[in-house]
Design a protein around this ligand. Structure first.
Ligand code: AP5
Ligand code: MG
Length: 223
């Protein structure tokens, strides 16, 4: 049947891919998410032979991992989802290079499936600094917060689960962000043209209220 809606969230670090994924998971679409960044953070000690470094060292510097490694992680994550062909699926942060985009195209064709929408989040670099350096996450339930834009209602207590512990990412500092941005512009931004040519690209202004971004995303997905 292959009826699952498969979408790609594309955009610079901090543009809101994770925030919008979280909302879409809890929406009527009942999406499941393959977030490559999260998968990598679960595998920090794994050594990447091509680079002779651990996953943790590579993402801590803000550098992209080799395509072959990423494609393997994505294939494994898909295989773990029950009935994935009929599941609504978000690819958050994948693909990020033309090589990964070609691999995804080959993979979906082989499965008799396709990506239906690529949502490109548009945002200026200067907004991203506060988004990244202010971000924290509930240690228990993973709810994302921001010191500047979206604090918990009660200071230090997660709105969702009441946990009092929050974590910050090792790459959420200005030095790593600069590297992540240069990787984005040189390797990921060309995907905008790639998906435009496939008639799959939809752009959304990401520098507005989270709920407005979400409304615009769901409108696109309902078309
Ligand atoms: P990854 O974890 O995917 O990081 P990223 O792309 O840099 O994106 P982020 O997760 O930092 O930001 P986001 O867009 O999810 O924003 P969020 O919603 O959290 O990847 C990490 C690393 O893994 C990469 O650098 C690379 O090394 C490696 N990697 C991953 N994928 C790879 C691949 N395919 N190939 C090779 N290597 C790969 O929001 C950010 C903040 O802003 C939050 O605090 C949030 O509360 C706030 N916020 C969100 N929306 C709004 C809004 N509308 N208004 C105000 N605040 C908002
Ligand atoms: Mg994210």
């Amino acid at each position: 049947m292959n009826s699952g809606k498969w979408i790609v969230l594309l955009g610079a670090p901090g543009c809101g891919k994770g925030t919008q994924s979280e909302l879409l998971v809890n929406s009527d679409f009942s999406f499941k998410v393959i977030c490559v960044g999260d998968i990598l953070r679960e595998n920090l000690q794994t050594v990447v032979p091509q680079l002779g470094k651990t996953v943790g060292e590579i993402i801590g510097n803000g550098t992209l991992l080799p395509d072959a490694v990423i494609v393997d992680f994505v294939k494994n994550a898909m295989a773990k989802i029950d009935d994935f062909l009929n599941t609504n699926l978000i690819f958050d942060g994948f693909p990020r290079t033309l090589g990964q985009a070609e691999a995804l195209l080959t993979m979906t064709k082989a499965l008799g499936h396709k990506i239906s929408h690529v949502i490109n989040f548009e945002i200026d670099d200067d907004v991203l600094v506060k988004r990244i350096t202010g971000r924290s996450k509930c240690k228990d339930c993973g709810k994302i917060y921001n010191d500047y834009f979206s604090k918990p209602k009660i200071s230090g207590v997660c709105d969702i689960c009441g946990c009092k512990e929050f974590v910050r990412r090792s790459d959420d500092n200005e030095t790593a962000l600069n590297k992540r941005l240069s990787e984005y512009y040189s390797k990921t931004q060309p995907l905008i043209e790639f998906y435009k040519n496939l008639n799959l690209l939809y752009s959304v202004k990401a520098d507005t209220d989270t709920s407005i971004v979400y409304k615009n995303v769901t409108e696109i997905l309902s078309r």
